[in-house]
Design a protein around this ligand. Structure first.
Ligand code: TYD
Ligand code: MG
Length: 450
């Protein structure tokens, strides 16, 4: 007879507590504890283990490094997975609603010539078919299954023997082993646990789609992130077309990988040369526009920073940023005011990173300063100049990481000049580039040149 007990779970971070608490001691959120029934079923642990496992000598253990990887047929997806799908791996794909999680999984499912079980608890098979029609290609090996009961899903998977299982989404599945409500932390945890067992025992890769909560974390995040092998996060503004797929955790590869996609009328299209699409359509001779080289994951990206500086008409000057840290911009404004002696305190300043991306890389500092400077003076920056340097509080130009990668990217895209810090590269190293590398140690010096 199953023993029932109830536990309180924080719905924001998944922390467990025997008693109700007002403020979660782990994530600090208020009023997030909900009582959930968990029955410790005795069958639970032994369900899929037919034989008892034993410790194995490390020398006799098969090497994980030689494991075959299956390509997903989508290069950008392979990249974030660390080279392809590993057998028996559990991959969590997180992101806000409407960002394209179902689309990318379906696209992978119909592109791969493998037997795929696509379980959807959110859409009917007809709805998924309609989506597949939009994407275009079809596969005769992709099976759609609208079901929310985990035991049914596992039974079907056992019968069918798919090569890959996709669960859309983990929050819609429920296990009858426990009584908690669908989507609750304990259900999500239980279902993920059972799917993990299935994946490991049968060697079948399982993709889980997970929704994120208001703070951008995957619901029940800690629990899920610990359990799965790989966590991919879909980012981007859903009103804009570009999407970034980032590796947050990967037991089989690097976490500094990033894939880029564009949402079209017929599905997600890979963007293999992000810099080109991000900076291509530009009006020549506009002031307030400057290009900076940032590094996202392992990839250098050239971004367009746009600034508008105009005299304040009310008492307080307005400042606003899109895609960039507000505080960092106000700091840069103060540095420019003090070190370049330009009166920005009487000006409204608006800053935008084009393309809908959010960046934190400080190597964009100099590009931002020059966009502001260019708008303030109403003089356009040259079209073939770009920047890669951090600005310090003293107005000094500081070195940034991976400078060779950045310079190479600028060179590849046909820029004529790049401005960097004097402390970043030795003179003899600069000689190896075809692009003109100009190095400075002070902002005032560099802007005197511009
Ligand atoms: P979807 O994959 O359903 O998002 P999620 O599963 O993350 O909630 O993506 C839905 C959005 O994508 C929706 O707003 C419509 C858009 N879309 C396109 O623009 N083109 C397409 O070909 C498809 C399939 C979707
Ligand atoms: Mg969806």
């Amino acid at each position: 007879m199953a023993k029932t007990k109830t536990v309180f779970f924080c719905q924001s971070c998944g922390t467990e507590s025997a008693k109700w608490v007002g403020k979660c001691p782990s994530c600090g959120e208020w009023n997030t504890y909900v009582e959930e029934v968990v029955s410790k079923s005795t069958a639970s642990a032994a369900a899929f283990t037919s034989e008892k496992s034993k410790p194995i000598n490390i020398k006799e253990t098969g090497s994980g490094g030689t494991k075959e990887r299956t390509s997903t047929g989508i290069r950008e997806l392979d990249r974030v997975l660390g080279g392809g799908i590993v057998d028996g791996s559990l991959v969590l794909v997180g992101g806000e609603p409407g960002i394209g999680k179902s689309t990318i999984m379906l696209q992978m499912a119909i592109k791969l010539n493998k037997k795929i079980l696509y379980v959807s608890g959110e859409e009917s098979a007809e709805q998924i078919k309609m989506r597949a029609d939009r994407i275009g290609t079809t596969s005769d090996q992709c099976f759609l299954y609208a079901e929310t009961s985990l035991s049914e899903v596992i039974r079907q998977a056992d019968d069918m023997g798919p090569d890959i299982i996709i669960i859309d989404s983990i929050q819609t599945l429920h296990s009858d082993r426990i009584e908690a409500a669908i989507g609750s932390i304990s259900q999500v945890k239980e279902c993920t646990g059972q799917l993990m067992k299935f994946a490991k025992q049968k060697g079948v890769p399982v993709f889980l789609i997970g929704h994120v909560n208001k703070d951008g974390a995957i619901a029940g995040p800690k629990v899920l992130e610990h359990m799965v092998d790989t966590v991919l996060q879909f980012e981007g503004d859903r009103h804009l077309t570009y999407r970034i797929l980032r590796t947050v955790k990967n037991r089989f590869g690097s976490t500094s990988e990033l894939g880029m996609f564009e949402m079209n009328v017929n599905g997600l299209r890979e963007v293999t040369n992000p810099s080109e699409v991000l900076i291509s359509p530009r009006e020549p001779g506009l002031s307030g526009i400057s290009l900076g080289v940032t590094v996202e994951g392992n990839r250098p990206l050239i971004l367009e920073t746009q600034a508008l500086v105009s005299p304040t008409s009310y008492g307080n000057p307005q400042r606003s940023t899109t895609g960039y840290d507000y505080k960092r911009m106000t700091m840069l404004l103060a540095v420019m005011e003090k070190r370049l002696g330009i009166r920005l305190s009487t000006q409204d300043v608006f800053l935008n990173i084009a393309g809908g991306l959010k960046v934190q890389d400080t190597a964009l500092d100099m590009a931002i300063c020059s966009a502001i400077f260019s708008s303030f003076e109403d003089v356009p920056m040259g079209d073939d100049v770009c920047f890669a340097a951090e600005i310090g509080l003293g107005g000094e130009i500081r070195p940034v990481s991976r400078i060779e990668n950045r310079i190479n990217e600028a060179q590849k895209l046909g820029f004529k000049e790049i401005y960097i810090s004097k402390h970043n590269l030795k003179a003899k190293d600069i000689g190896q580039f075809k692009i003109k590398v100009r190095s400075f140690s002070k902002l005032s010096e560099a802007f005197g040149q511009l």
